[in-house]
Ligand binder design. Structure first.
Ligand code: XIL
Length: 351
């Protein structure tokens, strides 16, 4: 065989190999999403002045085409489910990992979506090295972290959950080693540092289980009132609204209204409705009513401008992953088909 011929064969073999690899990669991306019925949530939301968002997972967006397509079609705002948490962003002190968050921000920008940054100060999902620092070092590391991370995405994150779940069930400031090591006033400092790092980002405090008027939301209300009175740059309050067939408390709308009266914007940030597995058809209908109630609660309060679900498919939801016996908490099933809850959200958002 001539040398030229051998080279030609080698080139063809390499080309075939590359094409095969590309095909395999393409296959692994899976099928296109089946179109969902009716008008997309991201189209309906603005008619009610509500930005409809979802929590997303970067790796899943990268590897699963249908998942990625539905995010682009249905939602106007993305919240990284874990990718912007401290343990993931600064696993070793001084070593930053931005690529997963970057990917989500880039995808959002391509699809004309905004990003909700989640989250800066949180007592969960912290890097291990924090535990070894004394109080002064923790304060320093926290401020550096906020400056670095908010600065990294400055101008590209519409809203930051600056402080996440600061209160206990009774409304006391949490006294775990972190963030209590930061000392009193750490919440105000976090907001001030974040504001300097990205003056355009709107800064929220985000809380779990503060939907009803009661001890916890009373203390949250006092905290937000004080921060505003001190001139701390806090723009809004996020209510997570992780719930179940117990539904949303009857005082939810009044609660939102009293916060709104402080001059802050309101967001529903992590809505989901957990069911006992396996759910019956009646459970799915009851779940749809709860999703509808959540949308209507936001609609009832002018300051409620954003409603984010904590994942949109039962195949990718923290409830099924972390709460044994519970699941089916989202609006699409594991195969990305609409559940009654999806239609209920559409109806509740329709003019
Ligand atoms: C959850 C994620 O969904 C899980 O994937 C992770 O393992 C644990 O954290 N409140 C919050 C979110 O503010 O950050 C939590 O997210 C769910 C409860």
């Amino acid at each position: 065989m001539s040398k030229v011929r051998r080279i030609a064969i080698a080139v063809v073999a390499v080309a075939v190999g590359v094409v095969a690899l590309l095909l395999v990669a393409e296959q692994r991306q899976g099928r296109d999403a089946k179109p969902l019925p009716g008008t997309a949530l991201r189209v309906l939301g603005p008619q009610r002045a509500i930005l409809v968002g979802t929590a997303v997972r970067a790796a899943e967006m990268r590897d699963n085409r249908a998942y990625r397509q539905l995010i682009a079609q249905q939602f106007s705002s993305l919240t990284p489910e874990n990718e912007m948490k401290w343990a993931l962003v600064e696993p070793e002190r001084g070593t930053f990992e931005f690529k997963f968050g970057d990917y989500i921000v880039e995808q959002a920008e391509k699809a004309g979506q905004s990003v909700r940054g989640h989250t800066l100060i949180f007592d969960s999902q912290l890097p291990g090295w924090i535990a070894e620092l004394d109080s002064r070092e923790v304060r320093q590391a926290t401020e550096q972290y906020i400056r670095r991370v908010v600065g990294h995405w400055a101008g590209r994150i519409a809203v930051w959950d600056v402080v996440n779940e600061p209160l206990t069930a009774l409304g006391e400031l949490k006294r775990t080693p972190f963030p209590s090591k930061l000392g009193r006033g750490h919440i105000a400092t976090a907001f001030r540092v974040a504001h300097r790092a990205d003056p355009k980002a709107r800064l929220h405090i985000n809380e779990a289980g503060a939907e009803a008027i009661g001890p916890k939301s009373d203390r949250l209300y006092e905290l937000v009132r004080e921060l505003r009175a001190q001139g701390v740059p806090i723009d809004g309050v996020g209510f997570q609204v992780h719930t179940n067939l117990g539904g949303i408390p009857p005082t939810f709308v009044d609660n939102l209204r009293r916060f709104a009266a402080l001059g802050v914007e309101i967001a529903i940030t992590e809505a989901d409705v957990a069911l006992k597995l396996p759910p019956s058809a009646a459970d799915l209908r009851a779940q749809a009513r709860v999703y509808g109630d959540i949308v209507r609660s936001c609609r009832a309060v002018k300051a409620c401008r954003q409603l984010t679900v904590w994942g949109f498919t039962d195949g990718r939801s923290w409830i099924s992953e972390l709460q044994p016996g519970n699941g089916a908490a989202t609006i699409l099933d594991e195969d990305l088909r609409p559940k009654p809850a999806f239609g209920a959200m559409q109806r509740a958002l329709s003019p």
